[in-house]
Design a protein around this ligand. Structure first.
Ligand SMILES: [Mg+2]
Length: 329
């Protein structure tokens, strides 16, 4: 389990008496699993681990994924040399911007756009789609970003960063703010529906609205299901391509089929395709679910990037989210 204290103790002593570590074999690979019943939930930290782990496999050949998806380490991507193992990407960086917007910002598109620009320029990193990145590279304010973007995409950019909004206690607020943020970059039925699915999944898990296995049914009753992207209740199979609804549906299918974060993360990556986004969406929801057991291998926690905006920064933000809304029911 991931804890604020656990991480601090790890940094100082590399072990903690509160932790019980088990070693067991997973398809021939040794895995260390850590259980810590005293832990608090860590939404941004866990989604960043999902993002960073998935980034090593994003659109990688199926054989590379099949061999490497063992949770024993962050993989080095076979061709994306700009992403180091343990480094998170745009999914987590934009989730950080949304979290800071919810905690400190004005509930306006201008303020959130400003935070997207700021989050990128203070910590430029790989993973952004090239078109969006080239816009970010040449704008320096939220106003400029809004004036420059042509936001009709139905891809996954609005969904990958939406999970944290699901923490808000009112589903109406979740809908309103998720739609507002989606429209900045993905003002399309598919882009908005995918973002609502991702945020609603967190809301459903955080507030225990039902068994995780029933999440697809609940989304079918509560979230839009625009034509051409399949249904929430239809189990996703195979490679995940770029439409946001595909990532969101794949994440929802995996969420409903598992109850451990390690099993969930492996399942998200095993799809192949845009798996860092699938893992980001899924782990955000699992991290706040009372039904899920947090058993991410300690090595993934300890080797996540730990620079200025790395592990410590994520944990500090998670603590603030927990104080404001509670990360567990
Ligand atoms: Mg990414």
């Amino acid at each position: 389990m991931i804890t604020v204290d656990g991480i601090r103790r790890d940094a100082e002593t590399s072990r903690t008496p509160l932790r019980r570590e088990e070693h067991h074999s997973c398809e021939g690979h040794q895995m260390a699993v850590v259980h810590d019943d005293l832990g608090v939930a860590a939404l941004l930290l866990e989604l960043a681990i999902g993002d960073a782990y998935g980034a090593g496999f994003e659109y990688a050949p199926p054989e590379f994924v099949r061999r490497g998806n063992t949770l024993t380490a962050y993989a080095r991507h076979p061709t994306h040399t700009d992403i180091r193992p343990g480094m998170y990407t745009d999914d987590a960086q934009m989730s950080i911007a949304v979290a800071e917007w919810l905690l400190d910002g004005e509930p306006t598109r201008e303020d959130l756009a400003e935070r997207f620009v700021r989050a990128y320029h203070r910590d430029e990193r790989a993973g952004y789609a090239s078109g969006f990145r080239s816009v970010l590279d040449r704008v320096w304010s939220g106003r400029e970003l809004l004036d420059t973007l042509r936001p009709g995409s139905d891809k996954s950019g609005a969904a990958m960063r939406a999970g944290v909004i699901g923490l808000l206690p009112s589903l109406d607020d979740v809908e309103r703010l998720t739609t507002l943020q989606a429209k900045i970059t993905h003002d399309s039925p598919g882009g908005i529906a995918a973002a609502l699915g991702a945020a609603y999944a967190v809301h459903y898990c955080r507030y225990g609205l039902g068994p995780v296995a029933r999440l697809p049914r609940w989304l079918a009753e509560n979230a839009p299901e625009p034509e051409g992207y399949g249904r929430w209740t239809e189990a996703w199979r195979g490679k995940v391509r770029s439409p946001g609804m595909h990532s969101a549906r794949a994440a929802v299918t995996a969420l409903a089929a598992h109850t451990t974060t390690s099993g969930l993360l492996r399942a998200c990556v095993a799809y192949t395709g845009d798996v860092d986004t699938v893992a980001t969406i899924a782990l955000a929801a699992a991290s706040v679910s009372g039904e899920y057991r947090d058993d991410l291998p300690e090595v993934l926690v300890n080797t996540l990037e730990d620079g200025e905006f790395g592990r410590g920064y994520l944990v500090a933000l998670d603590t603030r989210l927990d104080e404001r809304w509670g990360l567990r029911g």
